[in-house]
Ligand binder design. Structure first.
Ligand SMILES: NC(=O)c1ccc[n+]([C@@H]2O[C@H](COP(=O)([O-])OP(=O)(O)OC[C@H]3O[C@@H](n4cnc5c(N)ncnc54)[C@H](OP(=O)(O)O)[C@@H]3O)[C@@H](O)[C@H]2O)c1
Length: 211
């Protein structure tokens, strides 16, 4: 599958690297050709195809957005035409002062993006815990896989993202439509507060147990 990353820092780079090694054609949308993150990405995996943003998005099937939330609008505006009809995996989280919700819980970041890009299918995924678990999602003492919750309005787009989540080694957990994104963003804030403030392990993940 042709997959483009807008943003390849702590979150984007490990996901891009794993997906390339799984056999996907991974492109990086390089808006700043001199950035440290781009040099790190090149050093980590020489198979990445590094292209100007519009070209990188143009014939991708799936685009991952892994930019700081405040940069989302600028990053997306540059490629809004090319994103029409595509699947956008929103890995971003709106984080405000004192680890509050960055949009005051009035709207999720993903719904805001969906409003900006009505002809794009936005799926929220890869947000609910820290980047450490995107680097390495093996938990050898357990037989259950970590759950990766995702949501979006379009079932076809969600089924594509579900496949990528499973290929990457998580248990995909569809939590519903994009209106659920706000709750995932709060779950992320819970994780950030537990780990970054209260000292829980950064390798703490969520899992699904049912009976
Ligand atoms: N860190 C975590 O543990 C974690 C976990 C889950 C979700 N998230 C969310 O994931 C997102 C990315 O976090 P991160 O920690 O990976 O950030 P990061 O390490 O700072 O990387 C950010 C990436 O976004 C790019 N970028 C910044 N402004 C841009 C713009 N205007 N246009 C295009 N690209 C731009 C940067 O480009 P350059 O290469 O030019 O610097 C860099 O590649 C955030 O929204 C965060 O809330 C983070």
């Amino acid at each position: 599958m042709k997959i483009t990353f807008i943003g390849y820092g702590q979150v984007g780079l490990p996901l891009a690297d794993h997906l390339q090694r799984l056999g996907h054609e991974v492109r990086l949308a390089a808006s700043r050709p001199t950035s440290d993150n781009l040099q790190k990405a090149k050093a980590r995996n020489a198979q990445f195809n590094i292209l100007p943003p519009q070209q990188a998005v143009k014939d991708a099937e799936v685009i991952f957005l892994a930019t700081p939330f405040q940069a989302n609008e600028t990053a997306l505006q540059a490629v809004s035409e090319e994103l029409q009809g595509k699947i956008l995996v929103d890995c971003t989280n709106p984080v405000g002062p004192n680890l509050s919700h960055g949009l005051n819980s009035l709207q999720s970041g993903s719904e805001k993006i969906q409003t900006l890009l009505p002809a794009t299918q936005v799926v929220k995924a890869f947000t609910i815990y820290g980047f450490e678990n995107f680097e390495n999602n093996h938990y050898p003492n357990y037989t259950v896989k970590p759950a990766m919750m995702y949501c979006g309005r379009d079932d076809t787009a969600k089924s594509v993202v579900k496949t990528l989540i499973a290929e990457l080694g998580w248990e995909p957990l569809d939590v519903g439509g994009l209106e659920q994104a706000l709750h995932l963003e709060h779950l992320t804030l819970l994780w950030i507060r537990m780990v970054r403030v209260h000292g829980h392990s950064p390798n703490l993940v969520w899992a699904r147990l049912t009976r």
